[in-house]
Design a protein around this ligand. Structure first.
Ligand SMILES: Cc1cc2nc3c(=O)[nH]c(=O)nc-3n(C[C@H](O)[C@H](O)[C@H](O)COP(=O)(O)O)c2cc1C
Length: 209
């Protein structure tokens, strides 16, 4: 299967980067073909220009789509599935990934009229959180993030959709971090290894956290 991985974190010394490495290893061990969009590495432009705004709001729908956006859309069209890996910043993805959606989910591609975007087999979000899962559930922040990502941004654009949160990634509490990190990294590897299941065995393993 062809998998597009959209990775978004400013630092390679981060926990999120280690998750990304493990997930990739799992995908590769399972024999998937991987394409990567590392948004900080690419310095992907994420602010809408005035022209893009005018196009997206149909004031001037005839305006062209930018080349860097077309390149991302082409990666989606030639993939079977997509995975996003990022840290949670203020109950959202980093602004760079939010801006990627603002630009890449363009009119005529991801939404009306006549969206060309293919329906993907799977969309997976791996989000790394400083807070505990219990706290994200209690405050409604977890369901808010699921609504935005799985509900609005993916909606019917993928058959299977899933958000996995790796929680308690606190660097001020070394003890907690040291306890949770190996467990999360093992799960990141398994998520890659079992991505969309091993179709030859007709099974699909999903590990939720
Ligand atoms: C600007 C900023 C905002 C953050 N907001 C949240 C948040 O809303 N919820 C949360 O659980 N963690 C939050 N965090 C913690 C990050 O999610 C943390 O960086 C993440 O757990 C992964 O660790 P890493 O940066 O080493 O990869 C925030 C961090 C930053 C820098």
């Amino acid at each position: 299967m062809k998998v597009l991985v959209v990775y978004c974190h400013p630092s390679k010394t981060s926990f999120t980067y280690r998750v990304y490495e493990k997930f990739l290893k799992g995908l590769q061990d399972a024999g998937h073909e991987v394409t990567i969009s590392d948004l900080y590495e690419m310095d992907f432009k994420t602010d809408l220009s005035e022209e893009e705004y005018l196009r997206e709001t149909y004031y001037r729908a005839e305006l062209p789509v930018a080349e860097d956006v077309k390149a991302e859309q082409e990666k989606i069209q030639t993939s079977d599935a997509i995975a996003f890996i990022y840290p949670i910043f203020w109950t959202e993805a980093p602004a760079k990934l939010v801006g990627w959606f603002d630009r890449v989910w363009s009119t005529g591609f991801a939404y009306a009229p006549n969206p060309e975007m293919k329906v993907l087999d799977k969309a997976l979000f791996i989000a790394c959180a400083g807070k505990s899962l219990e706290s994200l559930e209690e405050t409604g922040e977890k369901s808010a993030m699921e609504t935005v990502m799985l509900g609005d941004r993916i909606r019917t654009r993928a058959i299977e959709k899933q958000m996995v949160i790796f929680d308690n990634i606190t660097h001020w509490n070394e003890e907690l971090g040291e306890a949770t990190e190996p467990v999360h990294l093992q799960k990141a590897y398994e998520l890659g290894k079992s991505f969309c299941g091993d179709k030859s065995k007709g099974e699909s393993i999903i590990i939720e956290r």
